[in-house]
Structure formats: structure tokens, C-alpha cells
Write a protein that binds this ligand. Structure first.
Ligand code: FUC
Length: 814
């Protein structure tokens, strides 16, 4: 370890051996099972958000900076959004203009078609509500001098952020976690000698300086030693009611004195000379559901706080750790020890890039699981563009739900990483959207059923926004249904299928009512639609005019490839679901008949899979969306084994698009290459994704805190990248469990435990020198198990609950 330069206040005298011993000691203390410690750690506090560490219980979250003289926790609650329930629909004549919009599209008059779409179909306001920060908790520590032995870490296995350091002879430790059991944020401060903890704590709300919004907040205090932050978010045009929120901070000090200091500027909670202090933060809003904001934030926040304060700290902590581990410890994965594993997290990027620290990819995988567990739990809101963690009053893209890739990507890992509970908020949101979008289906399309464009917000708004280039695409409901169906394939949960079949059926009904015959080809197509955020010409068209306006291709089109894949797979899965459930035989026939009339995928002049019905792909188009490969991943209509020609064309499209990209785009490419069974190329994408991003450069990569850089930040890259690592090691969308289907040479050693496969199996596997050494398969549903490894395959009957071991040649030991 290098010594810190003198100007750095975080002096440290330890050697790397001591650090290693400390890590191993801490890991063996609480977790003897761990192969390599699942810890992010740093030698210095976070100087910016991209270095701070996220903690959360699905609903409440904090970014922890780990300062020594001052600590900052940026707070979030997942229902703090601008506005309130609103009707997003505009005054256009929607369905009346539909035939004319279609005529213009089919006649190649895209510009006119976009203009009419925007006049007839757009939302009242061409945007949606925004996700907002709750506020800040600031702690200052009077009397702290020079700091030594500083260490800051995020223990993924305990879901605890820890900061420790020495001031003179005294050692200080601070732990922060958000309990899913007790619904509070906990900050626990201790020292290794008595009477050493003195602090001032402040809560702060936010007001939007840039937009001069009408949000308000105020601070109050009440006995016993409680600070209260009470506020209301800005109205969003069209909403008649506004969201109210409240956060409460209370301290339980052991020894010393605790008081509230009231000044004209700010009420402060002051603790002096305590032996230890536990801070409790609770928070709640008036959100009941997307149509109702009549809840009582004060009562909820008080209740959570008083319940938690009545419990011992040790009990709160152990309940928290046990609940986190229930999910986190289900799965393990390791790519073998490397000397660099002991380095601070921000120093491992270099070794990973150099190829000497492949196990950094395992840490990234565990962090992805940790993030999903921390930002998406039953009863809460699903992970938005930033998961749960947003410190900005004007977050990029509103920190909303972008549904033409990002929202769906957030949940790709849920089943394979054995975290199906974490997808519950995703499923619940789908239920809401299947209700709220019926109006959009009716007023814009004159159709039954439900549909979804490229964006929604907490109020489940579904009228098209941004402009026709973005908003004309409308097959999001089909995509969501494909992920519902996939969950059924993993879980075999018939009740789930019964509950969601009506939603799948309603998504199909929308397309039965809106697909039209293409006048030139005679096939059924969607129209008007678009290939998400792209148009013929693609990226090279995005030039700027002297007056500052931007040129872009025309997006509106008929039957873009992604739509044909999504609608085709939706029809297939709905027909299968009706068969399994033994319902709707006539409807099933109609669905299958209509499906057979859909336009097929096309291979174009460059050998590429065409993005549109016409062969107009620009070979120089490097656009980050690769929507026409939806059928390769997450869809299943393109496969190197079943449809080799389409797979070869998909590969050519991917080559033309190039390897560059940011955030989620890179994560998607990892999954694409894994599905194309090219592990080395998938790993190349992972290397680009896991390259250190030190600032908001726009170049993508990963920040020092391991969050994904899609400047500023989007969680989809983390969660989709995690799914991509699993996809290299285990696939199950074809006929059976495919072991190590895209194993990169760089990950030639390793093992995983309890990844899930479709058909109801949990799979363990180990390999060395790039070759499988054995696998263990736990049958959950008692189905026949087919296993593939390279050219080897085997098939056997199973009993639910039983475990089956195979060697590296897929033989059952005698
Ligand atoms: C889509 C993407 C952007 C961004 C945004 C949230 O518009 O094209 O890159 O991820 O969603």
C-alpha cells in the first residue's frame, strides 16, 4: 500500500498485510462461509456522490459519504415525487386522426405524420413527474483533529456502511443501515473509550433553485429530542393534489447529554460526551397508491420511529442483517482469488483492466444483487432510473421509469439471481399500468386492452410524451408481459399465471384491435410506431444547426422489427398461457391466426438484421439502442441453435453498431454476446462497462462507488450488467439448462451456487481451466431435467426438493 501524501488528512500507517488480516478477521467473524469478502472499501471519504455508498430497504435510502469532521447522508423515500394523481391526456383528437397518421406513414410522409401525431395524441404536458430527494442528514463532530487509520466500507453481506478512524488515541466507528424490518435509517456511533461521542445533527429539506418550484418544507422539533422535517413537493401541471412528506430524527444516547438547540436559523440536535449514540430516521409520505395521496405522513413516520426506538440497537441490527442475508446469501459466485482482491475498490479497476483481477467481476455481480435487494422490496415502488438514490431536484430524465429498455432491464437479474421477491414491485406496477393505460388505449387508438409507450412515472401516466420520435413507440406492454411470462417459466407458479393471464390477454387485445395490414406487403404491422429513439439514418443524423436546433431522423414508422418480435412473442406466450390454464380456446385460435400474419424479420443488404421493414439501416449508425435485437435478448425468437441465419444477421447488426456505449447499452451488449454464445466478446463488453469513470465525462463506465455511469447515473447498467454475468454462465431459455454457454477465457476458474434456471431448478456449478468440473441441480418442481454442456447433454427425471449431482462429463456418480 502506498503512503498517503502529507497533505492528505487521512493519514494511515498500516501495511497491506494488516489490512488483509483485518478484512479476513472481519469476514470470519460474521461470515465464515465467504470465499472472498463481499465488501467495497476505500481509504478516504467520498468527495462526491459518485464515491458515496448506497444503503436502502427498498423504500428508504441514503447515500453515505463517510466524512470524519462532517458526515452527509442524502436521504430518499421512494414515493417522494412531484405532483399528485393527474390525468395526463391532452386535448388532441387521437383516434380520429389515427387513419390519417397511418396514411402519412405508409406514404413515406414521416415528417407530416410526426406533426399530426404530436397534435392529436400527445400528453397535455410533454413530460411527466419527477422523483425527488427527501432531504439531507448532516452530522458534525466538534473536536475532531487529525485523522488516522481511516477506512470506509460497504459490507454487501450485511448491508451496512461502516466508517472507522482514529483521532489521537480514540477509535471511532460509525455504522449506517436501513432496516427492512423496522423501516428506519439507523446511524450508530461508537468509540473505543467512554464519553467520546459528541455531535450536532441537522435535517435539511430541498427547494428547487433552478425551477423556482412551489415546493415547501419546514423544520420543527419536539420532545424527546426529535427533529421533524415536513414538506410538500412541487405541483406537476395538471395535478390537483400534491404529495406531502415527513421525516423524523431521534437520538438515543448512552451517557452524556442530549438536547435540541433552537436558533432562528436551524434547529439542531446536540449530543455531548456520550459513550455511544443511535440515530433513528423515519420518513413517510401521503402516497397511498397512484390515485390516492390522502395518507398521513406524520402518523406513519411517528409510528415507525416509536416502534424502532422501543427496540434495542442490537436487536434492530441483527434483525436487519438476518433479513438481508435471507435474500443475499441465496446465491454465491466466485472467479478465484487474486492478489488484487485485497485492494481498495477504487484501486481494483486498474488490475481488472489489465486482466489480473477477474474476481472484480464477481464483486460487481454481488453489488448488483445488493442494489436490487436494497432498492426493490415487496410493498414499495419498483426501481426507477436511479433505483432509489437521487440527490438532485432536477434529476436526469426525471429519474422516472423509461420503459423502452431501462425499466425492464432493472429486473433481468431477479429470477436468475434468485431474488424473485424483489420483482414484486415491478409486477405490482404492471398491474397498475394495465389499468391506467386503458384510457390511452381508448382515446388514442380506439382499442380495448392496455398499452405502454416509452415512459411512465409514479402516477402511472401513459399518454405519449417528449415528441413523436420517442412517443409513437407503444409496444411496452408486450415487453412487460414477456417478463411476466419469463417469471412463470422460472417459478412454475400457476397462481401467478392465473393472476396475470388477464393482463396478458388485455395486452393482446390491444394489438388485435390496432395491427393493420401494410399496404405494400400485406403483412400485419404496428402503425404508427417507431424503433425506440432511433430512425433510419440513426446517430449520424443528429447534427446541430447554426440556430442551435438539432436535426434528427424521422422516428415514426410502421412495423419496426422490435414490435414484430414483441408482438409475436406476446401472442405466442398468451396462447400458451391460455392452453396451460385451459381457458379461451376461440381466443387462442384467433391469436395464433393473427400471429401467422405478422410481418417476419428481414435480413438486409449488409447482412444485418433490419431494424425496420425496409432495408434502410445506416452502416455508420452507432446508436445506443439496439432494439431490433430484442428477439435475441430478452426475447427468444433469435437463437444461434434454432434460427442460425437470424442469429448471424443479429451478430452483423451488433458488429455494425460497434462495441462503444454507455451504461445500460453496454449491459445489453453483454447479454447479446452471451446469447450469441461468444463469451470473449461478452467479456470485452463487461471490461468496458467496468472501466473506471472518474467524472461526468459522458463516456460511460463505472464510478468509484461501482454505480453505473450513464451520465450522471442510471442503475439499469448495474442491474443489466449483473444479469449479463449470469447469462455467460447459465442459460435456460432453450431446451434445458445450458452450463457455461459463453464462458470467457478470462473467467477460466470459478464457481456459482443457486442460480436459478427456467423449469424450476437451482443450479450450482464449478469449473477449472475453462472446463466444467461438476454441477449440482436442485429440482424445485419435479420436472424432467435436461442439461447441456458444450456438445454433451443428459436428461433425467427429478423429484421436487431432491438434489442431483453430475460430474464434469454430466455423468451421475454411481
Ligand atoms: C432513454 C435512453 C437514454 C436514457 C433515458 C433514460 O431515453 O435513450 O440514454 O437512458 O432513456
Amino acid at each position: 500500500m502506498t503512503k498517503r501524501k502529507a497533505k492528505n488528512p487521512f493519514l494511515t500507517r498500516r501495511t497491506s498485510a494488516v489490512f488483509l488480516a483485518a478484512i479476513l478477521a472481519s469476514s470470519s467473524l460474521e461470515n465464515s462461509e465467504r470465499v472472498a469478502p463481499k465488501v467495497l472499501w476505500y481509504r478516504q471519504p467520498a468527495s462526491a456522490w459518485i464515491e458515496a455508498l448506497p444503503v436502502g430497504n427498498g423504500r428508504l435510502g441514503a447515500m453515505v459519504f463517510g466524512g470524519t469532521h462532517e458526515e452527509l447522508l442524502q436521504l430518499n423515500e421512494d414515493t417522494v415525487w412531484t405532483g399528485g394523481p393527474y390525468d395526463p391526456h391532452g386535448n388532441g383528437d387521437g383516434v380520429k386522426s389515427l387513419p390519417e397518421i397511418r396514411r402519412l406513414v405508409f406514404e413515406g410522409k414521416g415528417k407530416e405524420a410526426e406533426a399530426l401525431f404530436e397534435k392529436a395524441m400527445m400528453a397535455k404536458v410533454w413530460d411527466q413527474a419527477q422523483y425527488q430527494p427527501l432531504g439531507d442528514l448532516r452530522l458534525t463532530f466538534p473536536g475532531h483533529g487529525t485523522i488516522t487509520d481511516y477506512r470506509r466500507e460497504l459490507d454487501l453481506d450485511m448491508a451496512i456502511a461502516r466508517t472507522s478512524y482514529r483521532v489521537d488515541e480514540a477509535g471511532f466507528t460509525r455504522e449506517v443501515f436501513v432496516s427492512p424490518v423496522d423501516q428506519v435509517i439507523i446511524v450508530r456511533l461508537t468509540a473505543d473509550r467512554p464519553g467520546m461521542i459528541s455531535l450536532n445533527a441537522k435535517l435539511d429539506g430541498r427547494v428547487n433553485a433552478r425551477r423556482r418550484g412551489d415546493e415547501t418544507w419546514m423544520l420543527r422539533s419536539e420532545a424527546p429530542a426529535t427533529l421533524i422535517l415536513r414538506g410538500q413537493t412541487a405541483s406537476f401541471r395538471g395535478s390537483t393534489e400534491r404529495l406531502r412528506y415527513e421525516a423524523r430524527l431521534q437520538a438515543a444516547a448512552e451517557g452524556g447529554t442530549t438536547e435540541i438547540i433552537n436558533t432562528s436559523e436551524h434547529d439542531t440536535l446536540k449530543v455531548t460526551a456520550a459513550d455511544a449514540v443511535t440515530l433513528f430516521v423515519s420518513a413517510a409520505t401521503s402516497f397511498k397508491n397512484y390515485r390516492d395521496v390522502s395518507d398521513d405522513p406524520e402518523a406513519k413516520a411517528k409510528d415507525d420511529l416509536s416502534k424502532a426506538a422501543g427496540k434495542s440497537f442490537d436487536r434492530i441490527r441483527s434483525d436487519h442483517v438476518a433479513e438481508h442475508r435471507r435474500l443475499f446469501r441465496r446465491v454465491d459466485l466466485d472467479f478465484g482469488p487474486t492478489p488484487s482482491s485485497v485492494l481498495p475498490t477504487d484501486e481494483r479497476f486498474e488490475a481488472f483492466a489489465a486482466g489480473t483481477d477477474p474476481n472484480f467481476a464477481a464483486l460487481y455481480f454481488h453489488f448488483g444483487r445488493y442494489l436490487l435487494i436494497s432498492c426493490s422490496r415487496p410493498g414499495g415502488q419498483p426501481a426507477n432510473l436511479q433505483g432509489l438514490w437521487n440527490a438532485d431536484m432536477n434529476p436526469a430524465w426525471g429519474s422516472k421509469y423509461t420503459t423502452n429498455i431501462n425499466f425492464e432491464m432493472n429486473y433481468w437479474l431477479a429470477d436468475v439471481a434468485n431474488l424473485e421477491e424483489c420483482a414484486e414491485p415491478f409486477f405490482a406496477m404492471i398491474r397498475d399500468l394495465a389499468e391506467s393505460s386503458r384510457q390511452t388505449a381508448r382515446v388514442n387508438w380506439g382499442a380495448r386492452g392496455w398499452m405502454l409507450g416509452h415512459n411512465t412515472d409514479i402516477w402511472r401516466a401513459t399518454a405519449p410524451i417528449h415528441g413523436a420520435y420517442w412517443g409513437a413507440w407503444h409496444t411496452g406492454a408486450g415487453w412487460l408481459c414477456a417478463q411476466l411470462w419469463d417469471h412463470y417459466l422460472y417459478s412454475g407458479d400457476r397462481k401467478f399465471l392465473e393472476a396475470y393471464y388477464p393482463i396478458m390477454k388485455a395486452a393482446v387485445e390491444f394489438f388485435l384491435d390496432t395491427l393493420v395490414v401494410h399496404p405494400k406487403y400485406g403483412w400485419l404491422v404496428t402503425c404508427p410506431s417507431g424503433s425506440p429513439e432511433n430512425g433510419p439514418g440513426g446517430d449520424p443524423m443528429w447534427t446541430r444547426n447554426p440556430d442551435g436546433t438539432r436535426n434528427r431522423p424521422i422516428g415514426i414508422s410502421a412495423g419496426p422489427t422490435i414490435d414484430l418480435q414483441i408482438v409475436g412473442e406476446l401472442f405466442d406466450l398468451c396462447a400458451k398461457a391460455s392452453e396451460i390454464l385451459g381457458v379461451d380456446p376461440d381466443f387462442r385460435k384467433q391469436v395464433r391466426r393473427t400471429r401467422s400474419q405478422l410481418a417476419p424479420m428481414q435480413i438486409g443488404r449488409l447482412g444485418q438484421l433490419q431494424e425496420w421493414l425496409e432495408d434502410v439501416d445506416n452502416p455508420d449508425d452507432k446508436h445506443r439502442h439496439v432494439s431490433h435485437l430484442w428477439g435475441l435478448y430478452p426475447g427468444t425468437s433469435i437463437s444461434p441453435r434454432r434460427t442460425p441465419k437470424l442469429a448471424a444477421a443479429a451478430k452483423q447488426s451488433l458488429r455494425l453498431r460497434g462495441d462503444a456505449g454507455t451504461g445500460w447499452s453496454m449491459a445489453w451488449k453483454i447479454n447479446f454476446w452471451a446469447r450469441l454464445l461468444d463469451g470473449n466478446h461478452a467479456y470485452e463488453m463487461l471490461k468496458r462497462q467496468l472501466a473506471l469513470a472518474t467524472g461526468l465525462t459522458g463516456k460511460g463506465g463505472t464510478y468509484p462507488n461501482l454505480l453505473d455511469a450513464h451520465p450522471p447515473f442510471q442503475i439499469d447498467g448495474n442491474l443489466g450488467g449483473t444479469a449479463g454475468i449470469a447469462e455467460m454462465l447459465l442459460q435456460s431459455h432453450e431446451d434445458g439448462i445450458d452450463l457455461l454457454p459463453a464462458l470467457p477465457a478470462a473467467l477460466s476458474q470459478g464457481s456459482f451456487r443457486r442460480l436459478r434456471a427456467r423449469g424450476g431448478f437451482e443450479v450450482d456449478a464449478a469449473w477449472a481451466n475453462g472446463i466444467l468440473t461438476g454441477t449440482t441441480i436442485r429440482s424445485l418442481l419435479g420436472k424432467v431435467c435436461k442439461v447441456l454442456y458444450g456438445k454433451l447433454s443428459t436428461e433425467f427425471k427429478t423429484e421436487a426438493g431432491k438434489v442431483y449431482a453430475l460430474d464434469g462429463r454430466l455423468r451421475r456418480p454411481k
